[in-house]
Design a protein around this ligand. Structure first.
Ligand SMILES: [Zn+2]
Length: 290
């Protein structure tokens, strides 16, 4: 027997018996990381760069992030100017990974009278379903052997998101329109508000990077009093002091902590995208119905 051939055959056998290495996937922040996990299942090993309760707006990537991207076969970011640092990092590491902009099929929301795009599209579950489909497509390009698995999982998960959307929508008609006003620290719930007919007011703009002026805060306090807004919410990834001050100055109650741009830790109340939507909705309904 040819010795070289024999060794080759022995070398191949364990490989064939082993499960394929999981696809290394990197997501810019925790909400996307969960969507990749739901769609990719056992075929992917997901690394999330901005951790649970972290702020993707202000994130400064470090060397460990560059290493994760250099080793990845699939990378996904939100887009709409939330996490451009991920695209820069993917370029600078000369990564060969498939890069998917998860929001690529979403119609963006702009602020009235402005061309500035609101990046928080995931807060409308119908957009979350589009993220799932886009991520399924991207995983299939990165790992063609799993094409059918990824596409079926994305369809299934998108349908689950839409069932939750219907159950969320069913909770608001009982609440009078004039009670459907909520204050948050930064303007992260515009898509949610547009989907379900709730007006969200925020102390900060679309990003957490700029501090609101004293004048803007005074104006918001006056508006809370005038419009009898009942609740001010803290956000898991922003400084609580701004919301606490707004509640104190305006007499509105603190409605609790909602999850805007990041999930909770896995054992917290919003460890997955679907749990985040459920949990936030429960707090909003409780505050508006009070
Ligand atoms: Zn945000």
């Amino acid at each position: 027997m040819n010795r070289r051939l024999f060794l080759g055959a022995v070398g191949l056998a364990p490989l064939a018996a082993m499960a394929a290495e999981p696809l290394r996937a990197v997501a810019s922040f925790s909400i996307l990381g969960d969507i990749v996990r739901q769609v990719g299942g056992d075929r992917v090993a997901v690394t999330t760069i901005v951790p649970p309760n972290g702020d993707a707006h202000e994130y400064q990537p470090g060397p460990a992030d560059a290493r994760a991207i250099a080793a990845a076969g699939f990378v996904t970011m939100n887009g709409f100017d939330l996490d451009n640092w991920l695209a820069r990092l993917t370029l600078s590491t000369r990564s060969k990974a498939t890069l998917t902009v998860a929001s690529r099929m979403v119609t963006p929301r702009t602020l009235p009278g402005s061309t500035v795009v609101d990046p928080h599209a995931w807060q409308d579950p119908s957009n979350g379903a589009l993220y799932a489909i886009a991520i399924g497509d991207g995983l299939a390009s990165a790992d063609p052997a799993g094409d059918a698995v990824y596409r079926a999982a994305a369809e299934r998960y998108a349908a689950e998101i839409m069932r939750l959307d219907a159950s969320i929508a069913a909770r608001f008609p009982a609440i009078p329109v004039e009670a459907r006003r909520i204050i948050t620290t930064h303007d992260a719930f515009g898509y949610y508000g547009a989907r379900y007919g709730i007006e969200f007011l925020a102390a900060q703009g679309l990003s957490t990077e700029a501090e609101p002026s004293a004048r803007a805060i005074a104006g918001l306090v006056a508006q809370i009093k005038r419009e009898k807004v009942r609740a001010v919410f803290l956000e898991n990834m922003t400084d609580p002091r701004l919301a606490q001050m707004l509640a104190r100055e305006s007499g509105a109650v603190l409605g609790g902590t909602v999850y805007s741009d990041a999930l909770s830790a896995p054992d917290g109340p919003a460890g997955t995208y679907l749990d985040m939507l459920r949990y936030n909705t429960g707090l909003f309904v409780a505050a508006m119905g009070a």
